[in-house]
Write a protein that binds this ligand. Structure first.
Ligand SMILES: Cc1cc2nc3c(=O)[nH]c(=O)nc-3n(C[C@H](O)[C@H](O)[C@H](O)COP(=O)(O)OP(=O)(O)OC[C@H]3O[C@@H](n4cnc5c(N)ncnc54)[C@H](O)[C@@H]3O)c2cc1C
Length: 541
């Protein structure tokens, strides 16, 4: 039996896009229904670093950082290879500051700047070598969420840390015991949980109770207008009619292997997001006649799967950010050759995995391995093993570079030559092949004791034992989907708005297209366009 209810605005998906859209609509008085397919709220946003990248944000004023609309737009354009719709980039830059201020006004969110965190391409026109655009949400106490305290997806590793506490955000990765205890007692959470928690609280305060385990399966169409949605809840079909609009915020299609192989520009075997992101919103939008954009793209990351480690019932893929940027490590392909600046930002590095070899007609850099030496392992600890402890047994090791290559299937002559060449570069302080360490960004993420110098990432690879870890092309989420206008309205193939249909977040074509400006490069636009789409849907225009 099919039951039917009616709302002003229906929002599908409870990540940052859906929560922000729902809040924007609810704040102007709309009766909002928020539906989430998973049993947990928050999507990938909840397990993320929680960092939004917002040019011209108000915190820059207090910190004395100068920024400008022209710089921000020039910078984004420099990263888009001509594919970005300038009207969307302008809408992002023009609404970023106001969105963050609005979030601080209507929720418990309080942001701080991540000190000195460089943009991802700081030497490009308009880039910021000393940061100022990446924001860290303050700790949020889940104890105050009452019955919703355990309703949010969480990542075990970073639950109580802010990004500023982690090595990625310039911290040590450790808290003293008293501080950790304080945070545990009050269930104070950082990163993605600190971003979505206050949004959920604000929604509950506004009378919007998210419905979990509610999978949208189809849009309802009256003539050309989207008038509601069909949901599967507890094995039954429910229809929710939307008087004003439906907002798609169902995340990317990275867990849908067919869509991944049909659309992405190269191999992607390691999604790091929540597994419920299977492209449902994309398929619904296609059936409603949406035009698509950016479909080959995703927010790329190099990733590792640790045997036996699972998240949400699937093998967990971890981002590899730290180990590859530390001194004494290189990334190589099966020929034993380096193929990238290992300290480059993760999204740009993804391009190197998609390089075709025209002779073999295959991907030259898949598979790939991170090779690191005994000093790296001992000094830094790797892949979950703390510094000074024996490295985990699943990691292949050998007393010689040649032996290591043979064990994992890398060309031994190639690897020996490459390691010798790398050590030569380190000795003269210049990576002659890929310029590792030249950018301010490269000098941020490696060994924090040498931050801002090349020594943070350049280091000889010469002390046994030598280690190899397979690295896979992964993603934080795909970034192609229905094309939208600057108000978040979904456009059809003639670029006319589809009445009643809105989209924000990774379900939609990213407003910045390929451009990933800096830490927070996905969540920044997502918060801005989530709000715009929710406001437009509530207005029904
Ligand atoms: C480990 C990690 C760290 C990251 N760190 C950062 C960071 O610090 N800064 C940054 O900018 N980006 C970061 N990202 C990327 C960022 O998290 C995503 O780009 C962002 O969260 C996407 O938000 P969204 O709202 O579009 O989708 P999501 O947050 O993934 O939410 C989509 C939701 O829709 C639900 N859904 C799917 N299908 C349906 C359906 N049919 N019906 C109803 N609901 C449905 C899903 O279950 C999910 O809950 C990170 C990602 C990961 C995985």
């Amino acid at each position: 039996m099919e039951s039917s209810i009616e709302k002003d605005v229906v929002v599908l998906g409870s990540g940052a896009a859906g929560l922000t859209a729902a809040l924007a609509a609810a704040r102007v008085g709309a009766d909002v229904g928020l539906y989430e397919k998973s049993d947990l709220l928050g999507g990938s946003s909840a397990i993320s670093g929680g960092v939004p990248w917002i040019p011209l944000n108000h915190l820059q004023d207090e910190a004395g950082i100068t920024d400008s609309r022209e710089d921000a737009l020039a910078y984004l354009a420099s990263l888009s290879l001509g594919r970005m719709d300038p009207t969307l980039a302008e809408a992002f830059v023009d609404n970023g500051r106001a969105t963050i201020q609005w979030l601080e006004e209507v929720t418990d969110l309080r942001f701080t700047l991540i000190p000195d965190y460089p943009d991802y391409h700081p030497e490009n026109p308009g880039g910021k070598p000393h940061g100022g655009r990446s924001l860290d949400p303050g700790l949020f106490s889940y104890a105050g969420l009452g019955p919703w305290q355990d309703a949010v997806a969480r990542s075990r590793r970073s639950a109580h840390l802010r990004i500023t506490d982690t090595t990625l955000g310039g911290g040590t990765g450790f808290l003293d015991e008293a501080e950790m205890q304080r945070r545990m007692d009050a269930d104070l959470r950082g990163c993605g949980n600190a971003l979505v928690g206050p949004l959920i609280k604000a929604l509950l305060d506004a009378g919007v109770e998210p419905v979990r385990g509610a999978e949208a399966t189809d849009l309802l169409l009256d003539d050309d207008r989207v008038s509601g949605v069909r949901l599967r809840v507890d094995g039954s079909d429910t229809v929710v009619r939307a008087r004003r609009g439906v907002v798609l915020a169902t995340g990317g299609f990275e867990w849908n292997t067919r869509l991944v192989s049909d659309f992405l520009r190269g191999p992607m075997t390691a999604p790091t997001s929540v597994p419920t992101n299977t492209g449902d919103g994309l398929l619904m939008a296609m059936r409603a006649g949406a035009g698509l954009a950016n479909m080959g793209q995703a927010w790329w990351v190099p990733a590792v799967k640790i045997p036996g480690d699972e998240a949400f019932g699937r093998p967990r893929s971890h981002l590899v950010n730290r180990e590859r940027t530390l001194p004494g490590s290189i990334l190589v392909n099966r020929a034993g050759r380096r193929f990238t600046n290992e300290a480059a930002n993760y999204n740009a590095l993804g391009g190197a995995f998609h390089q075709m070899d025209p002779v073999s007609f295959g991907y030259a850099n898949v598979p790939a391995w991170l090779v690191f030496d005994g000093r790296h392992a001992e000094r830094y600890g790797s892949f979950g093993t703390p510094a000074g402890e024996p490295i985990a047994p699943w990691i292949t090791r050998s007393d010689s570079v040649r032996g290591l290559a043979t064990m994992v299937g890398i060309d031994p002559d190639g690897l020996e030559e490459t390691v010798a060449r790398w050590n030569g570069f380190v000795d003269v302080g210049q990576d002659g092949d890929f310029h590792r360490g030249d950018s301010a960004y490269d000098r941020w993420s490696g060994d924090g004791t040498h931050r801002f110098t090349k020594a943070s990432t350049l280091g000889r690879l010469d002390r046994a034992p030598f280690h190899a870890v397979p690295i896979e092309p992964g993603t934080l989420g795909t970034s192609g989907g229905p094309r939208t206008d600057p108000r978040g309205r979904v456009l059809d193939t003639r670029l006319d708005p589809i009445p009643g249909l809105y989209a924000a977040g990774n379900v939609a074509a990213a407003p910045t297209a390929m451009a990933y400006g800096g830490a927070g490069g996905t969540l920044g636009p997502i918060l801005v366009f989530g709000r715009l789409a929710g406001s437009a849907a509530a207005a029904g225009d």
